[in-house]
Design a protein around this ligand. Sequence first.
Ligand SMILES: NC(=O)c1ccc[n+]([C@@H]2O[C@H](COP(=O)([O-])OP(=O)(O)OC[C@H]3O[C@@H](n4cnc5c(N)ncnc54)[C@H](O)[C@@H]3O)[C@@H](O)[C@H]2O)c1
Length: 408
Amino acid sequence: MRKLNVAMIGGGFMGKAHSLAYAGMPMFFWPAPAVPYRKTVVDVTEELAREAAARYGFEGYSSNWRQAVEDPAIDIIDIVTPNDMHADIAIAAARAGKHVISEKPLARTAEEAKLMLDAVNHAGVKHMVAFNYRRTPAVALAKKYIEDGLIGRILNFRGTYLQDWSADPNSPLSWRFRKKIAGSGALGDIGTHVIDFARYLVGDISEVMATTSTWIKERPVQSGGLDKLGTVKSSGDTVKEAVDVDDEVSTLLRFESGAVGSIEATRNAWGRNNFLTFEIHGDQGSLFFNYERRDELQVSFASDPEDRRGYRTVYTGPAHPYGGALWPIPALGIGIRRDQNYRMPRLYFFDRKRYRGFTEFLRRLPHCRDYRCDSGLRGKRQLDPLQLAPDGRRKNHANDERRCISRR
Ligand SMILES: NC(=O)c1ccc[n+]([C@@H]2O[C@H](COP(=O)([O-])OP(=O)(O)OC[C@H]3O[C@@H](n4cnc5c(N)ncnc54)[C@H](O)[C@@H]3O)[C@@H](O)[C@H]2O)c1
């Protein structure tokens, strides 16, 4: 099977997600058109790069992205750095004949993005931007319903991306709050995903009216380049500097098709975590999606009987887009995706429950070799009597087992 050597530039949050996708892709998309091989990871220091290689399963590492771009063994350059590096790396990679994957936002400005697009087109290499969310099965299903005419002519698209990770003013001034690095704030960081939904599902936008706000005007300066996304707070006496990007954007839109709509994005919405949603109204029905419930598409059709009017839930599974590659039962989680886009399959596997289970197993391994088996046995002992004696009167051993576990 063809192997494609990947050099991933940046070993932070998205570096982890992309690494998971590379590792998991052939397990899901099989037979795979090609298998991505984690050849080199690059970060700003040797130490960070070495750690990323060990953690994310890369064969080698480097602190020099130009070296990776020039390496003849590399097929794909995957850019997961802060936004200010996207253009330089993508253009150099295209010139070296490498295929390019870039995280979003593609660039800090439209001019920069145009240079990148010109470079990859000129070099004739494959390229993609990581608008991963559109490959979520429920989102792709919404697209299919729209194309099949199930909700008729689209009248309105209402999209939001609401988060609260930086709503605390003590959440530090990471690169995401510096215009020179990020280009823009909530608009480029999260609003871009909703704009991608709008374009994917409804079409190109012809008119826009928008307002942006910066509610938290200064933040404590953080040490280190990695954005910890609000998980680490600075104390009140840390030196502060000005925020020069938006932290909220609201827009009104008109699409080329004539449909209207709105998009809102903010990182100040207490109580909202990854509230990436759209509601689409057509003249024959409506669709609603919320990424926090990513296996679900809410649907309501004008043809529904009057006494059953209202949204109902379709749980995505094998019958739906990408479903055949994922799990055989609906609502088992998508992993994903999230790194998605099968231009190059990019599902991120965020099935936290399963990962937690494995981690716990490994942690306990030296002390308790039968960690999983004892709970399996416990369950079996509870069930067997029910199977053997429909009257349920047989002795249940669950308490004996519980004592045994608590002694460990
Ligand atoms: N598609 C999505 O859902 C999604 C989600 C989060 C972030 N992103 C995007 O991914 C990109 C990275 O974001 P992140 O959250 O992973 O950031 P991060 O701060 O967690 O990680 C960035 C990494 O890049 C490294 N880096 C910085 N400059 C570098 C250089 N010159 N050479 C090599 N490495 C360098 C940093 O040391 C760090 O390890 C951004 O463009 C961001 O907008 C996309």
